[in-house]
Write a protein that binds this ligand. Structure first.
Ligand SMILES: Nc1nc2c(c(=O)[nH]1)N[C@H]1C(S)=C(S)[C@@H](COP(=O)(O)O)O[C@H]1N2
Ligand SMILES: [Mo]
Length: 321
């Protein structure tokens, strides 16, 4: 990673920032209506409290947390509300209802959690998440996050560059892509049986050069604590310049492969969720515009940015000089 601090061309103009007092009171109002972050009324259930959201968190003590924030990724942005970010989730293994996921993760066992790293590598490894955390340069980074459904958030992730883990296994020259696989345990997650036609397990992929980009982060935490189960405990990917579905959760396997891997979403709907999936306000989803996005907590609409604002880091991957 360069030592210079790259100019934050990705910083949001001040006018998009909601004053703290305004969003806090609005949040309490929305929460009381069960509308927090979702805009969806879930029956007569009250909205999620922070305590409910925390119930999905791992019980193990948060050893080492919080990790130091990396100054290169510490812009002066207002963070999205934590209860919104941990209570409004896409995690189809549990539910297609974003506000219900956090209430359905109780049976999901996230420790111990071995991760297999293999395929076209010199040194295949199986490491527990604890071993990974102990071996990797853990840090906190504030990233913008943009779902293909046109909602967005700004959150502090704890993790390490994916490149550091890949360097450990030494990819062979034939390796051109990285394939990621999520757990598959229908007895612990009700969504598998509700979507029997889906090509489970959830898989995703990156080109190897994308995976080696310093922005590609493996996350084990959010808001200075280990990931709550609903956010992809105990380890997930975060690719901030691509739509959120690329940021695969609860990873059990990482494979270096020669050919572009099939992914769950591309298999289901290739025209809607293509492999590359870079955030681009000028390329509409076949069924909706991608020009703007809704911040999950305030409800504010902001302009979507090319590469989600991270062009300084990644444009070179797509427009070779
Ligand atoms: N295994 C798995 N990973 C997943 C998903 C999923 O359903 N299953 N949803 C994706 C989508 S569409 C988004 S927007 C993000 C949401 O992450 P969050 O709930 O932490 O905000 O997770 C991504 N990773
Ligand atoms: Mo998403």
């Amino acid at each position: 990673m360069p030592n210079v601090i790259i100019k934050p061309g990705w910083a949001l103009p001040e006018r998009f920032v909601t004053p703290e007092s305004v969003y806090t009171s609005r949040r309490h109002f929305l929460s009381a209506l069960g509308l927090l972050g979702g805009g969806l009324l879930t029956g007569l259930r009250a909205g999620a409290s922070a305590a409910e959201a925390a119930a999905g968190s791992p019980a193990t003590p948060a050893k080492g947390y919080p990790y130091a924030r990396n100054a290169q990724f510490a812009p002066d942005w207002r963070l999205s509300d934590e209860a919104a970010a941990t209570g409004y989730n896409n995690f189809y293994e549990f539910s297609t209802s974003k506000t219900r996921v956090k209430d359905l993760v109780g049976k999901f066992v996230t420790a111990p959690w071995p991760v297999e790293i293999g395929g076209l590598v010199e040194k295949p490894l199986t490491l527990s998440v604890d071993e990974i955390v102990a071996a990797m340069p853990m840090e906190e980074r504030i990233y913008r996050f943009r779902c293909v459904e046109a909602w967005a958030m700004i959150v502090p992730w704890t993790g390490f560059p994916l490149s550091k883990l890949l360097e450990k296994v030494m990819p062979k020259p034939e390796a051109k892509f990285v394939k990621f696989t999520t757990f598959m345990r229908p007895e612990q997650a009700p969504g598998f049986r509700q979507l029997p036609g889906y090509p489970w397990p959830y898989t995703e992929g990156l080109r190897l050069d994308e995976a080696m980009n310093p922005l590609a982060l493996m996350a084990t935490g959010i808001y200075g604590k280990p990931l709550p189960k609903q956010n992809g405990a105990p380890i997930r990917l975060v690719v901030p310049w691509k739509y959120g579905y690329k940021s695969i959760k609860s990873i059990v396997k990482i494979e270096l492969v020669e050919k572009q891997p099939a992914t769950l979403w591309e298999t289901l709907a290739p025209l809607e969720y293509p492999f590359e999936s870079n955030v681009n306000p000028k390329v509409p989803h076949p069924r909706w515009s991608q020009a703007t996005e809704r911040m999950i907590d305030s409800g504010n609409r902001v302009n979507t940015q090319l590469y989600n604002g991270y062009g300084d880091f990644v444009a070179k991957l797509y427009n070779p000089a």
